[in-house]
Design a protein around this ligand. Structure first.
Ligand code: NI
Length: 172
């Protein structure tokens, strides 16, 4: 088990713009590995470093949702270099438990990043859940949460839940 814990809505680190990674050090590789472990343990499909209290430009993703055939992806210093189309689907976030709402985002994206070994890679024309997940995690590095992008109606519906989470996070 990794000993990382996932911070929740209301935590200041979730609202900070995360710092660029200069070198992918062994400590950062370990952080990526621990984040994957924490993500799998929480049954998530993505996790960004600010969600474990580390304000660095790193997130991990695995949209395979298959325990036997995992396909973990590690992104350091990701950049979304192209996007097109529009798609709407329900999202949730490990830092915002029990809140689900529809978010509209570009449908197809091209992303560039450094992998776990610090080697540059590009994913061209990612779509469906992978595109959505990468954009959601990318937002975390900018201090943006999916609840910033939901409809006024959904915001109202989830308002008391979000207030409660904020209170709980301040109590920590
Ligand atoms: Ni999230």
């Amino acid at each position: 088990m990794s000993d990382l814990s996932i911070v929740t809505y209301g935590s200041k680190v979730l609202r900070k713009r995360a710092e660029n990674v200069k070198t992918v050090t062994p400590a950062l590789k370990r952080l990526a590995d621990d984040m994957l472990e924490a993500m799998y343990a929480a049954e998530g499909v993505g996790l960004a470093a600010p969600q474990v209290g580390e304000s660095v430009r790193l997130f991990v993703v695995d949209v395979s949702r298959d325990e036997k055939k995992r396909s973990p992806l590690v992104f350091f210093n990701p950049e979304i270099i192209a996007s097109r189309g529009k798609s709407t689907a329900e999202e949730g976030c490990l830092s915002i438990p029990d809140v689900w709402a529809e978010v509209t985002r570009p449908e197809v994206i091209t992303v560039r990043a450094l992998d776990r070994e610090g080697k540059p890679f590009v994913i061209e024309n990612a779509d469906e859940l992978l595109a959505r997940c990468i954009q959601h995690e990318y937002d975390h590095l900018e201090g943006v949460l999916f609840t910033d992008k939901i409809s006024a109606t959904d915001r109202l519906l989830n308002d008391s839940r979000l207030k409660k989470l904020t209170k709980l996070s301040r109590a920590l």
